[in-house]
Ligand binder design. Structure first.
Ligand SMILES: NC(=O)c1ccc[n+]([C@@H]2O[C@H](COP(=O)([O-])OP(=O)(O)OC[C@H]3O[C@@H](n4cnc5c(N)ncnc54)[C@H](OP(=O)(O)O)[C@@H]3O)[C@@H](O)[C@H]2O)c1
Length: 278
């Protein structure tokens, strides 16, 4: 496993397991135990995924020490609107059965709330119960808005990012502030099977897969790592869980990274952070 260093000084694994749409307890625990066995040490959950309790269960069953793990959760949109992020955070900790998380993110920039939410996140960070805080789905103007008030710079901005949506301007904006970019739906997500299938069968990725004897999913995840982007592929399938972490024994050249960058079509599979209704 490779690690990145956050602006807090703490280390974060470059690759973790996403657990969006992992709702069934037995399947979820079993997927996370497979992941821990394969070497994963980072899990990305959220209040909105309704599975923090499953993450807690898997961690307890794993026998791993809490300090060996990197656990992320997120403040939901309804909890931002309720105006009590502190209460939402306390409930997340309770569901996880933990007394701290490694990273707490604002899930979406909810208009008229996200700036206040950031101030609440700072209080949580300063209490020591979130070792790092960050944002998700923030565009540059959202970052600029919290910059007006921040005393803590977000450690992470977790955004949709894959070869069809390379997010170069946002990567640059994050970098300017010392914020590390994290990719969600790195493999194209689970919403649109045709889109995902087409992307994973792209000729450029297939040829690189042949060259390195890797799958196209592994080529994408390695591309994330070459760019310093933390990645969190989701899978509940044991052989894919193993496949997705098998990206630390080869490297892409700068020209190959650029060839994948060139697959960009500015194609989102998820909601637009400036226009969502949940
Ligand atoms: N911050 C946000 O707003 C936000 C939004 C979306 C996601 N996320 C986070 O990002 C994580 C990843 O994103 P995601 O779940 O949307 O999508 P993803 O990781 O891009 O793709 C997951 C889908 O790909 C399949 N898959 C996994 N590994 C594969 C492989 N090696 N080859 C082919 N297919 C593979 C999975 O199937 P199986 O599970 O059946 O194996 C699942 O259907 C989420 O789980 C969540 O933690 C955050």
């Amino acid at each position: 496993m490779n690690y990145t260093t956050l602006n807090t000084g703490d280390k974060m694994p470059m690759l973790g397991l996403g657990v969006y749409r992992v709702g069934e307890e037995e399947q979820g625990v079993s997927a996370m135990l497979s992941a821990f066995k394969a070497g994963y040490r980072s899990i990305d959950t959220a209040e909105a995924y309704d599975n923090e309790h499953i993450v807690g269960q898997a961690v307890r069953e794993s026998g791993l020490k809490r300090e060996e793990l990197f656990i992320t959760t997120k403040l939901s949109n309804p909890s931002q609107r309720s105006g009590d992020p502190e209460a939402a955070f306390a409930q997340s900790l309770q569901r996880l059965g933990m007394d701290y998380v490694d990273l707490y993110l604002i899930h979406w920039p909810v208009k008229e709330h996200f700036v206040q939410s950031w101030l609440a996140m700072e209080k949580i960070y300063k209490s020591g119960r979130a070792k790092a805080i960050g944002v998700s789905n923030f565009q540059s103007h959202h970052i600029d808005a919290i910059k007006e008030v921040w005393t803590v710079v977000p450690a992470i901005n977790q955004i949709e990012l894959h070869p069809r949506f390379t997010q170069k301007p946002m990567l640059e904006a994050n970098k300017t502030h010392g914020i590390i970019t994290q990719a969600w739906s790195p493999l194209g997500g689970s919403r649109d099977a045709d889109f995902k299938g087409n992307m994973l069968n792209d000729k450029v990725l297939v040829e690189l897969g042949q060259k390195y004897n890797k799958t196209t999913a592994q080529i994408i995840l390695r591309w994330n790592i070459e760019l310093g982007i933390v990645t969190i592929p989701k899978s509940v399938t044991p052989h894919r869980i193993c496949e997705n972490i098998g990206v630390f024994d080869f490297a892409l050249t700068a020209a190959e990274v650029a060839a994948i960058d060139a697959l960009n079509q500015d194609h989102r599979v998820g909601p637009d952070p400036d226009n969502f209704d949940f």
